[in-house]
Design a protein around this ligand. Sequence first.
Ligand code: XMP
Length: 303
Amino acid sequence: MVDVDEFVEEKIAEVGSAIGDENAVIALSGGVDSSTAAALSYEAVGDQLTPVYVDTGLMRKGETDTVRETFAYMDSLRIVDARDRFLDALEGVTDPEQKRHAIGEQFIREFETVAREVDATHLVQGTIYPDRIESEGTIKSHHNVGGLPERIDFDGIVEPMRDLYKDEVREVARELDLAMAERMPFPGPGLAVRVLGEVTAEKLAVVREATHVVEEELESYDPWQAFAAVLGKATGVKGDNRVHGWVVAVRSVESRDGMTARAQELDWETLQRIQSRITGENENVARVVYDVTHKPPATIEYE
Ligand code: XMP
């Protein structure tokens, strides 16, 4: 990317001419990529663009409110409360790829409803360069909106950031004054890939709170991603009783593009503070462990 002002101007013009007088939709997740693509495209076509935020219940703590506040200036913003429908779709599903598939399907259904309502002919996507590389391989069914263009017959797909790396997207986000500019990446399937096995409301509540603690406590380490995951159950002691509680893993990694990553070296006091907050705030957590594995051989997420 040559110059960020120029890039923004050029892309606004490009999006404007691609959409013309028609209507477009974008799936807004609250992450830096989709937020940047939405803000940039909204500059170009205003309310001809409908940003759709689906509250899957798999989002980080406070996410829906952040999105509502940040994009309050967009009259066309749609917030869809689909939390119960996602939990239903995930009931009994334990295989990681099937989980992604169930989430993707439900997401498309929710998104499709709005796209049809607003007569959208164009789809704007926040795809960035590393997404295209990973999707070309068989690493995973990467994007929860990956199946959209096949399902809905759009006249055009607009991807203003398709050639950018993450750090370049952040520059654009800063240029557009987006609060999300410095946020860590968050996977499309959300907290579902941070809960091993079946996704339940209880596990989601544990992972959501624990992730919030980890993000807060590790902010000064400036990680690429830092989060918690729920691994399973193990024995612990609460008061005088032995209990069977959740095992929460803490992960914090450095990376440039997510393709490889290094586990961060954290000091003991920080780790202990995280442990004590997570076990203190949730009495069903019996154990907190720190993941020291790089990528490869591990992936960043747990599923
Ligand atoms: P992994 O876990 O494969 O993750 O090392 C690499 C980067 O991609 C994010 N990630 C996803 N993003 N849909 C997404 O949009 C997904 O299914 C998905 N899985 C992983 C992950 O958070 C990391 O930044």
